[in-house]
Design a protein around this ligand. Structure first.
Ligand SMILES: *Cc1c(COP(=O)(O)O)cnc(C)c1O
Length: 383
């Protein structure tokens, strides 16, 4: 029987334990497995290679993304590092502007040592992107919407372009989750996640996931996962399965709250501009509507010059200032000094990342409480 997405979240990845009937997948806290005879075992030999609890999350994310093969890692960066290990000396990878800072860093400071280079391109502009695909370019890695201005890249057009050029398309789907956006269905080759964010959903776990459809690609990624060894532990696999059961409910609420705040903040006299791809007036809205179910739970806004962002950040009482996103609690971030601090100020400002830009990961609290908290913090920050 073909399940709808919300049902899949509860029943995907085989949840009932065949030995006991336990409705949750047990935590198989074991490193190794007894073999009956030489070369005769029950499919498990050693837990870096394969573990039944990890199998659960790997099949669940594969089903949710509409893919055939899933892989679970100890962090989003371990997942990204493994995917980038597909490439070799001389290869170049195009990344979209404003990819996650850790993705930029691993390319700039780690893979560069192995002569794998990168190019930063505005992937929202497909013809500009096409002209950047030289013969060294072997892949395009995209985040859509991308942090912190939530720029939207047309994924179907990118996958079409990659197919035409014979290169690999990769989407970091952390901000959307498969509840809102399914890149494989748009022809993308590799989807990856920091499951630390919305998939885990409770700010209590670090994890990463990769999903593909192609069996040859899956074989290479599985080989790298086992060879490099950055796998997700059994207990963390269990936590992630548990977190994902409520993904549908949470995402619905994240999106409702974010739209409510975006609508109110865009009318606010203290705010210059709101960035949220679920808002009809947003630059990315049209494309976002064709490839995702809603705008997501992330938004950014820019205070007018007569407001002091330092005081704003000190003045919220419910919403905390913290790194990370995608948890049930709302979190604020200051891109200019936190996520995008490594970019020189003049470049940062020309990109739109001003000192007065504030990023909000909208949680699942009562929306009016969040709005009240932001409003009183804005009031306090007036110069
Ligand atoms: C957090 C994040 C990562 C890195 O994931 P970790 O789980 O922190 O290693 C990668 N991509 C995006 C978009 C992220 O937000």
């Amino acid at each position: 029987m073909k399940s709808t997405f919300d049902t899949l979240l509860i029943h995907g990845g085989m949840t009932t334990d065949p030995h006991t009937g336990a409705v949750n997948r047990p935590i198989y806290q074991t490193s190794t497995y007894a073999q009956n005879a030489l070369g005769e075992h029950l499919g498990y030999e050693y837990s870096r290679t394969k573990n039944p609890t990890r199998d659960g999350i790997e099949s669940l994310i594969a089903e949710c993304e509409g893919g055939k093969f899933g892989f679970a890692f100890a962090s989003g960066m371990a997942a990204i590092g493994c995917v980038l290990s597909l490439f070799k000396s001389g290869d170049c990878i195009i990344i979209s502007q404003n990819v996650y800072g850790g993705t930029f860093r691993i390319l700039d400071k780690v893979f560069s040592n192995f002569n794998i280079s990168y190019k930063i391109v505005d992937t929202t502009n497909i013809s500009a992107l096409e002209s950047e695909i030289t013969k060294e370019v072997k892949a395009i890695l995209i985040e859509s919407p991308a942090n912190p201005l939530l720029n939207v890249t047309p994924l179907a057009q990118v996958s079409e372009l990659c197919k035409k050029k014979g290169i690999i398309s990769i989407v970091d789907n952390t901000f959307m989750t498969p509840y809102l956006q399914k890149p494989l269905a748009l022809g993308i080759d590799i989807v990856l996640h920091s499951a630390t964010k919305y998939l885990g959903g409770h700010s209590d776990l670090i994890a990463g996931l990769v999903v593909v459809n192609d069996s040859a690609l899956a074989e290479r990624i599985g080989f790298l996962q086992n060879s490099i060894g950055g796998i997700l532990a059994p207990f963390d696999s269990f936590l992630l399965i548990r977190g994902m059961k409520t993904l549908g409910l949470r995402m619905q609420r994240h999106c409702e709250n974010a739209l409510f705040l975006a609508e109110h903040l865009s009318q606010h006299q203290a705010i210059k501009r709101v960035y949220y791809p679920g808002l009809a007036s947003d630059l990315g809205y049209k494309i976002q509507s064709t490839q995702a179910r809603a705008g997501g739970g992330m938004l950014s806004f820019e205070l007018k010059d007569n407001y002091d962002y330092r005081i704003f950040f000190k003045s919220t009482s419910i919403i905390a200032l913290a790194e990370s996103l995608g948890g049930v609690e709302s979190l604020l971030c200051h891109p200019a000094s936190m996520t995008h601090a490594s970019i020189p100020k003049n470049i940062r400002q020309s990109m739109g990342i001003t000192d007065n830009l504030i990023r909000l990961s909208v949680g699942i609290e009562y929306a009016q409480d969040l709005l009240d908290d932001i409003n009183q913090a804005i009031k306090s920050s007036k110069i």
